[in-house]
Design a binder for this molecule. Structure first.
Ligand SMILES: [Zn+2]
Length: 568
């Protein structure tokens, strides 16, 4: 590994896993073996494919492509392959000749990759499925999970386990979409694939160019080489998927995931503009190749094509003032140690186990996990299965972050960087966690009450989404105190902060730009209106990633012959 390469730069999207593999291979030959196992991996006996006329669902999972960027990419014929699937656009919001693009779909919180895809492919919120972010700490077992590491300064072997060991699948506490489908389901690249018949992963050992282009970005070269390298990752999966479809037939469900577009956006100079260009020139032709195979197999008319994303992107300033995790004495750890907490080392498996505070980062959010300090002595393993004390541990920390934000006390680098501080009464391990409340400088009040007093229309569905994240059997995976940094397009870029190393763009917040996702459905034998009618049956008036799984199950149950045409 080249000296000075900060690997956590890769720790953002699921693409990060792949890049980490490339970097890690040089130091650890055993990881190279995992890489060699890429291709189409059969995970269980594959059921015979349904007949071409039976209903099928083809999901294009677009990492980090927010609603506005998707719309821009498909406007004015710029993405002819996607246009051909949706049909002619109508003037009315979201309607196409053969498609409907939900105008108000909002992601879960945090608006980050791993938890959003877990919610999409289970139909359950983070506090129920157990996956609360790109990384989290499980206090029951004192285990740190980082399928897409953000806070870690050193690379562990764990990222490889997403592909080799089904790391995310093992932590999801509820059934996945793929376990609910009787017929075959194929997943390409997405880290949530437990229960699928076949998993497609690319041969990342051929991606030496990625590390090189990464170094070029560090010295300030233009981003064209990165675009090429990330494109290779996204595009190399396409022939594998096409070959699989030729060999096995069209499955009930096929997920085609594009992770490269997200990482590219994090580093692109003009993040949102460059993302749209990437979509038009690279994603759109890839969509065309997959859809052509459906046409060749005679299954296109009976296929519902879904375009969905996990979050958007908000441009930020790439410097150590705004990247709150950029320094080793970074702001949040400094505050906690000033208060007398012992920090969990930033490693997957630290040798010390007497720590009393842990952190997990999600871009615009940070989770702070606290032990009951009364029962934890230096040099002795701390019992994390016991909850922290409300007043002495939780409220002490919430108040200190509040003060740091107001006047720089405890940690001067935090002054003016935070938007809101959440905390709650801890519950014993095994009991359902309570919903987070907001610390107003004096006490905890409910989000509803807070918003009554301080209206914040810029924080989309804050109460419901914080409840999804925090209230439930695994809600304690989101920490004991939650920090929300200042974020959102409505603030000047100088006033946006994020918990990670420096990037050009981040997400994770409840702002509209981070939260408003792509969620469109198309079928060549259906009208946009009929497709909207199907979606309206699912969930409530506020569509979200949680609706994807019930939607797919509903679509698969539609009549096999001419079912789609009856929806006109
Ligand atoms: Zn993502």
């Amino acid at each position: 590994m080249p000296p000075g390469l900060p690997p956590s730069r890769f720790g953002i999207s699921v693409l990060g896993f792949l890049l980490l593999l490339v970097v890690a291979t040089a130091a650890c030959p055993s990881i190279g073996k995992l890489i060699a196992r890429s291709g189409n991996k059969q995970l269980k006996p594959v059921e015979p494919a349904p007949p071409p006329a039976a209903p099928h669902v083809l999901i294009f999972a677009l990492d980090g492509v927010g609603y506005d960027q998707f719309n821009e990419a498909i406007s004015l014929g710029a993405s002819p392959n996607v246009d051909a699937v949706l049909g002619k656009p109508y003037r009315e919001n979201g309607f196409f000749e053969h498609g409907y693009s939900i105008p108000n779909a909002v992601s879960v919180l945090p608006s980050t990759t791993v938890d959003a895809w877990a919610a999409s492919f289970t139909g359950t919120p983070p506090a129920v499925n157990g996956v609360t972010g790109n990384e989290w700490f499980e206090r029951e077992t004192s285990t740190f999970f980082a399928p897409a590491p953000v806070s870690l300064p050193k690379v562990g072997g764990q990222t490889a386990e997403v592909y080799s060991e089904d790391l995310i699948g093992k932590q999801i506490k509820v059934p996945t979409l793929f376990e609910k489908i009787r017929g075959p389901s194929f997943v390409s690249l997405n880290g949530v694939y437990r229960g699928a018949s076949v998993f497609t992963s690319v041969d990342v050992s051929s991606f030496g160019a990625l590390t090189i282009s990464y170094l070029e970005s560090e010295i300030g070269a233009d981003t064209a080489p990165e675009q090429k390298a990330y494109a290779k990752l996204d595009l190399d999966s396409v022939p594998l998927v096409v070959n699989l479809l030729k060999k096995r037939g069209i499955p009930d469900v096929q997920v085609v995931y594009f992770p490269g577009i997200d990482l590219y956006t994090h580093i692109a100079d003009r993040a949102l503009h460059d993302q749209v260009e990437y979509f038009k020139t690279l994603i759109d032709p890839a969509v065309g190749q997959i859809v052509d195979e459906y046409r060749k197999e005679g299954a296109f008319d009976s296929t519902y094509v879904i375009f969905i994303s996990d979050h958007g992107h908000t441009p930020v300033l790439k410097d150590e003032r705004h990247a709150l995790a950029a320094k080793s004495d970074a702001c949040a750890p400094k505050l906690l140690t000033s208060l007398g907490f012992r920090m969990r080392p930033l490693k997957i498996n630290p040798s010390a186990d007497d720590y009393t505070a842990a952190l997990a980062y999600q871009g615009a959010m940070a989770y702070v996990y606290l032990a009951n300090r009364e029962i934890c002595s230096p040099g002795q393993r701390c019992d994390w299965s016991r909850p922290p004390r409300f007043k002495e541990d939780v409220m002490t920390v919430a108040r200190a972050f509040y003060e740091a934000n107001v006047n720089g006390e405890w940690s001067s680098g935090l002054k003016g960087t935070l938007d809101l501080i959440f905390a709650r009464t801890p519950t014993p391990t095994g009991a359902s966690a309570l919903a987070y409340m907001i610390f107003d400088g004096d006490r905890l009040i409910s989000i509803e009450q807070y918003l009554d007093r301080h209206p914040r229309p810029d924080l989309i569905q804050l109460e419901r989404r914080i409840r999804w994240l925090s209230a439930g059997p695994w809600g304690n995976h989101a920490g004991d105190v939650l920090l929300l940094s200042k974020s959102g397009l409505n603030r000047p870029i100088e006033d946006r902060y994020y918990f990670s190393r420096p990037y050009n763009s981040w997400h994770g917040s409840p702002s509209l730009q981070d939260s408003h996702i792509t969620f469109a459905i198309a079928n060549s034998k259906s009208s946009g209106r009929a497709l909207k009618a199907i979606i309206t049956q699912i969930g409530d008036s506020e569509p979200s990633p949680l609706d994807l799984t019930p939607l797919v199950l509903t679509l698969l149950k539609s009549e096999s012959s001419g079912g789609a045409s009856t929806l006109r």
